[in-house]
Write a protein that binds this ligand. Structure first.
Ligand code: AMP
Length: 474
């Protein structure tokens, strides 16, 4: 994995790194507990990234940032938060794959340019960052991290526009790809969503505070109310003049990431008008109709299969059982990129209950198969508990293509459905039968205000492709 981009010194394996959660809070006045609120919001967004966590607050006349590797609860404590009062704040949790798990890549990123100071936090993955980075390096820019966020920061610093908001707008007009981004200037909070609307971003209100966050579960935890989702290509500026919205580029075809609904988002979040749990339950119902199986039990792979398994049980009449228990206290901190450790991880996390499974014809339901490791392990464990038959039900279509826009669905060569047919996968994972939800069934399960989704990981239909993507993700 040490191949390098031809036009950049950035390591290949650092590419798939931007599966993150972001939150920003604007208050009309200096607020003592602004970091506490941000911390709570980040806590709710923890599922979007467990590698590092960071908060930046704008105090009286300066920014204060603290970030470190690890979970939100490990990085922050009461004492640290108490030192971070201010009028605006910005928080980030980061997911990263092997090779890029370094503090230097943690966010928010703070830059000091001639136009003023700027703090940035970003979720997504740009597809032309290597080209931009290369051009900026030729002009003398020195990069400290592998972050796409730093590319945007340098574009702001290099922009010919003097006003920092105009410079930021100008920067976003040059980047391509998936981004939901929040920045703090010295007096404003700015939030923007790319013109395709790949990643989620919503605005809420808590009293006089405005909150912008990746998912609405961050509003619930602090008691904030959802106002609306940012629109693709929309930029919102919040400052003492109030809240202003504008569209900074031409709108592209709606391409909201369907994998947010399949797996990534939290079930209690509402995205584009659709509750995620209910969408997943509908996926389970569709799958039951398409699969038409006779069995004694439907058992979810916890936690990702629970919502769809409920729908499956409702539709099929097969009783739902919690036949596999999940140890809640296993983090991802020790995940190593070797196959042996991945297998061990599944065993540590999940434990089947013999008394429920023995002599039963079982349908196991999970949201997706990526490499096939999880399903193979679980089926083996369920068989060891004496199941008579094990049928695997997957509440999404096969993941056949890598994601260029920030979800870590692996490279093509690691995706089992890119290499093998459904029958071959069933054999590989040791299932008596395997059924995936159809793409039609998936899309019919999601009832949103958007007209279209990005389904590239399921059918290779990429809304936009950068020069180095095809090579980088193979
Ligand atoms: P695998 O073992 O590689 O087939 O991965 C499938 C399992 O990982 C399923 O249980 C999914 O819920 C979960 N999963 C799917 N996508 C992701 C992702 N992007 N990051 C982490 N886990 C995932």
């Amino acid at each position: 994995m040490d191949r390098e981009y031809s036009n950049s010194n950035r390591r290949l394996e650092d590419k798939m790194e931007e599966e993150c959660g972001i939150i920003g809070i604007y208050s009309p006045e200096h607020t003592k507990n602004i970091a506490d609120l941000t911390y709570l919001g980040l806590h709710a967004l923890q599922h979007r990234g467990q590698e590092s966590a960071g908060i930046c607050v704008r105090g009286e006349d300066r920014f204060k940032t603290y970030k470190d590797m690890g979970f939100v609860t490990n990085v922050f404590d009461e004492e640290r938060l108490a030192k971070m009062s201010g009028q605006m704040s910005l928080g980030h949790v980061r997911y990263s794959t092997t090779g890029s798990s370094k503090l230097v890549n943690a966010q928010p990123l703070l830059i000091n340019s001639a136009k003023g100071e700027l703090a940035l936090a970003h979720n997504g993955n740009l597809v032309n960052s290597d080209e931009i980075r290369c051009n900026l390096e030729k002009q003398g820019a020195i990069f400290h991290s592998n972050l796409d966020t730093e590319v945007i920061a340098h574009l702001v610093a290099h922009s010919f526009k003097d006003d920092i908001i105009e410079a930021f707008t100008h920067s976003l007009q040059q980047v391509k790809g998936a981004y939901s981004i929040i920045v703090l200037t010295e007096d404003s909070l700015i939030a923007a969503r790319d013109p395709y609307g790949f990643r989620p971003l919503s605005i809420g209100k808590l009293g006089e505070h405005y909150i912008v966050a990746s998912e609405t579960c961050a509003f619930d935890i602090v008691g904030a109310e959802l106002i609306r989702d940012l629109q693709p290509g929309e930029m919102v500026v919040i400052n003492e003049e109030g809240i202003q919205s504008n569209y900074y580029c031409e709108r592209k075809p709606d391409s909201f990431c369907v994998f947010e609904f399949i797996y990534f988002a939290r079930p209690d979040s509402v995205i584009e008008g659709q509750n995620v749990h209910l969408a997943r339950r509908a996926m389970g119902r569709h799958l039951a109709r398409e699969m038409e199986i006779e069995a004694d039990l439907i058992i979810p792979v916890p936690s990702s299969g629970i919502s769809a398994a409920l729908g499956f049980a409702e539709e099929s009449g097969i009783p739902y059982e919690q036949g596999i228990l999940r140890n809640k206290y296993v983090g991802r901190t020790f995940i190593q990129p070797t196959q042996e450790i991945r297998d061990l991880k599944v065993r540590i996390k999940l434990n089947p209950i013999q008394e429920i499974i023995e002599d039963k014809r079982v349908v196991l339901l999970d949201d997706s198969i990526v490499r096939g490791t999880t399903s193979k392990q679980i089926i083996r464990m369920v068989r060891e508990m004496g199941a008579q038959e094990v049928h695997m039900a997957i509440s999404s279509p096969p993941v056949t293509d890598p994601c260029y826009y920030g979800v870590d669905t692996s490279r093509r060569q690691e995706l089992i459905a890119a290499q093998y047919s459904v029958e071959e996968i069933a054999e590989h994972i040791g299932a008596d039968s395997l059924a995936y939800l159809s793409q039609e069934g998936l899309l019919n399960s999601i009832n949103t205000t958007r007209n279209g989704f990005c389904t590239a990981c399921l059918n290779g239909d990429y809304p936009l492709v950068g020069e180095s993507d095809k090579f980088a993700f193979e």
